[in-house]
Each structure stands twice: as structure tokens, then as C-alpha cells.
Design a protein around this ligand. Structure first.
Ligand code: PMP
Length: 371
């Protein structure tokens, strides 16, 4: 392996070297056809094979059930902040949605959704984005079209190590920064309901009952864990498709994109190809369970140092929800000692480590009026 700079960037982030080498090898001539994926028609059979392979690898790695559709869209995670309400807020007449706001990204998503319906933050105000509000304090609205949360808040380093219980309401998860970093049970069926299913209850009617299916929709930009920027994966349950508001831009309409196999317009072909290589790498390296082990190990190395540093390094995040993807910390004291932090970053840079400078907003107060 060529020695490369140690890139701690949250995303775009480091890619496996074997992926970069394969992309390099295939850049002028993909699979003997004499052209690059960069030049290939998205309607060609070669590209069709690439997009279909990417989908089947994803289905395999996450064990995605058949009643979920997989889309490869443009517009990034931010595009989904709009696409989610545009497609789902009309699921119920009241056009309202519940949001759990644990950091910058869920706050932005909630703000965007306000354009299309009534948005309610379901928990009491928090002073800072350093923890997940106690689930027993959430007041979920039974007539909400969906419940939204961000599974890993990239800037604040707050990660859910559990799946929120929504009493049957459609659950939407932004997994942009922890996608495929661990296994996910896409359609988690509760034990009790499995029993009722065995006892002969009709699945279709149960589907609408409390607690049957956990995830309605999962989305994730590729540039953090599964590739490069340009493509966003959307995994959406079939019965939620086809309810878009009339003002929904056609490229964000899940129904249109499902019908066109994500090819309504020219997709980000190269980004999808890179994703297929990363997914193959994940598969060859033990799949999502192995990724979880690796991520636990990697993040523990840093948290252990922070915990043993006698306050020299400080991580403000509650230990129950510390992210395995992004570890925010200050050097010197809680608010950070700027001179020491500068020294730390210079020392890191001399050792070939980049993108360690955190986001200034990590310790900013949570301002509910931002939502
Ligand atoms: N959600 C999360 C959790 C993110 O970390 C980011 C990007 N940092 C986004 C959404 C927005 O993604 P994009 O830049 O692809 O629009």
C-alpha cells in the first residue's frame, strides 16, 4: 500500500485504496469496452449492469426486504431534507410531521420541512446538542405523517445506538454519516406482531398497526461511508410511494424514480460505479457486522484517550450516544484552549493527519428558534 495522508474528514472521506486503484485501472477502459464509466451512456447495458449490481449489493449487505425500493438520487442529503416532506408529508390529511432534533442536520431538515407542512419538535428544549432527549419525554403526534430523526449527527457527534420507537408511525432516518457502519434491521418486526402473524392475521392490515415496521425510509449521501459525492441512496417502503405533493420536483418524486429505476434523468453514473466498488470492498471485508466491529475499535481508541486524559481532551457528548463515526473533542478545556488546539493541529499536520479541525458549532447552545 502506498503511504497516504491520514484523512479524518467526515465526508467526503477516505476511500479504500483498492477502490481507488481499481477506478484508476478502469478509467480509460471499463471492462474491455474501450471507454470510461465517465463517458458511458446511462441507458447502455453496461451502465445498467453497474446500477443493478450496486442495488443488489446494497440489498445483500443490509438485508433489505423486497417491499422496499432502492433509489440512487442526486441533490445530496440536503435534497432529501426537501424530498422527504415533499413525498411523505401528504401521507395524512393533516400534513404534519414529528422531528427529533439532536444537532445541526436534523435542525436543517426540520426547517426545510416547514415549507411543506406543520413541523413539531417532539421533545423539550435542550441546552446543547450533546445528548438524545429521553425517549419517554417525546410526545409523538398520532396524526403525524412521519417521525424523522438523524441517526448520526455528523457535526455534534451524537449517534443513536437504538432505533426510535414510534408506535407504528412511519419512521424516517437520515443515515448519511453512519450508513453501513453497522447492521440495520430495515424492517424490524416486533416479536408480538410476529406471533400475531403466525396466528394468521393478515399482513396488509397489520402493516398499518402499531409497531409493525420500523423504517419507512432511510437515506444517506454516499460521500461519507459508501463512495464519493454525487449520489444519495434512498431506501423507501413501497406503500409510502405515490403520495408526493403536486409541487414536488419530478427528479425528487420517488414514484417517478422507482418507475424509471433511478434513471428519470441522467444519474451520477461515476458516483454509482464508485459506490459499487466500495460495497464490494465492504462485502469482501466481512459486511456490515465487520464494519461495526472495526468502527467500535477505531472510535474506542480515541474515546479511551479522551477519557484517560484527565480533562486535557474533552468530548462534550453524553457517553450513551457518542458517535462511532465522528468524535468531537476540544483540547485544553471544555470550551477549548485556542493556542493549544492550534498546536495540536500543527502537530497532527506534521504527522500527515488532516481534517482534524472540528466544527465551531459543536459547543454552541441549542436554539429552538432555529428549527
Ligand atoms: N445529513 C447528515 C447527517 C450530514 O452529515 C450531511 C452532510 N455533512 C448532510 C445530511 C447533508 O448532505 P449533503 O452535503 O450531501 O447535502
Amino acid at each position: 500500500e502506498k503511504k497516504r495522508t491520514l484523512n479524518f474528514g467526515a465526508g467526503p472521506a477516505k476511500l479504500p485504496q483498492s477502490v481507488l486503484l481499481q477506478a484508476q485501472k478502469e478509467l480509460l477502459d471499463y471492462s474491455g469496452i474501450g471507454i470510461s464509466v465517465l463517458e458511458m451512456s446511462h441507458r447502455s447495458s453496461d451502465f445498467n449492469k453497474i446500477i443493478n449490481k450496486t442495488e443488489s449489493l446494497l440489498r445483500e449487505l443490509l438485508n433489505i426486504p423486497d417491499n422496499y425500493k432502492v433509489l440512487f438520487l442526486q441533490g445530496g442529503g440536503s435534497g432529501q431534507f426537501s424530498a422527504v416532506p415533499l413525498n411523505l408529508i401528504g401521507l395524512k390529511e393533516d400534513r404534519c410531521a414529528d422531528y427529533i432534533v439532536t444537532g445541526t442536520w436534523s435542525a436543517k431538515a426540520a426547517k426545510e420541512a416547514e415549507k411543506y407542512g406543520k413541523v413539531r419538535v417532539v421533545h423539550p428544549k435542550m441546552d446543547s446538542y450533546t445528548k438524545i432527549p429521553e425517549p419517554s419525554s417525546w410526545t409523538l403526534n398520532p396524526s403525524a405523517s412521519y417521525v424523522y430523526y438523524c441517526c448520526n449527527e455528523t457535526v455534534h457527534g451524537v449517534e443513536y445506538h437504538f432505533t426510535p420507537e414510534t408506535n407504528g408511525a412511519v419512521l424516517v432516518s437520515d443515515m448519511s454519516s453512519n450508513f453501513l457502519s453497522r447492521p440495520v434491521d430495515v424492517s424490524k418486526v416486533r416479536r408480538g406482531l410476529l406471533r400475531s402473524l403466525r396466528d394468521g392475521a393478515a399482513y396488509s392490515s397489520l402493516n398499518l398497526c402499531a409497531g409493525v415496521v420500523q423504517f419507512g425510509l432511510i437515506f444517506a449521501g454516499a460521500q461519507k461511508n459508501v463512495g464519493c459525492a454525487g449520489v444519495t441512496v434512498v431506501i423507501v417502503r413501497e406503500d409510502l410511494i405515490g403520495h408526493a405533493l403536486k409541487e414536488c420536483p419530478i427528479v425528487l418524486d420517488y414514484k417517478v424514480q422507482v418507475e424509471m429505476n433511478s434513471l428519470y434523468n441522467t444519474p451520477p453514473c461515476f458516483s454509482i460505479y464508485i459506490m459499487s466498488l466500495v460495497l464490494e470492498w465492504i462485502k469482501n471485508n466481512g459486511g456490515s457486522a465487520a464494519m461495526e466491529t472495526l468502527n467500535k475499535q477505531k472510535s474506542s481508541i480515541i474515546y479511551d484517550i479522551i477519557n484517560a486524559s484527565n480533562g486535557f481532551y474533552v468530548c462534550p457528548v453524553d457517553s450513551a450516544c457518542r458517535s462511532r463515526m465522528n468524535v468531537p473533542f476540544r483540547v485544553g478545556k471544555k470550551e477549548g484552549d485556542e493556542a493549544l488546539e492550534k498546536k495540536f493541529l500543527e502537530g497532527a499536520s506534521k504527522r500527515g493527519m488532516i481534517s482534524l479541525k472540528g466544527h465551531r458549532s459543536v459547543l454552541l447552545k441549542y436554539n429552538p428558534s432555529d428549527v
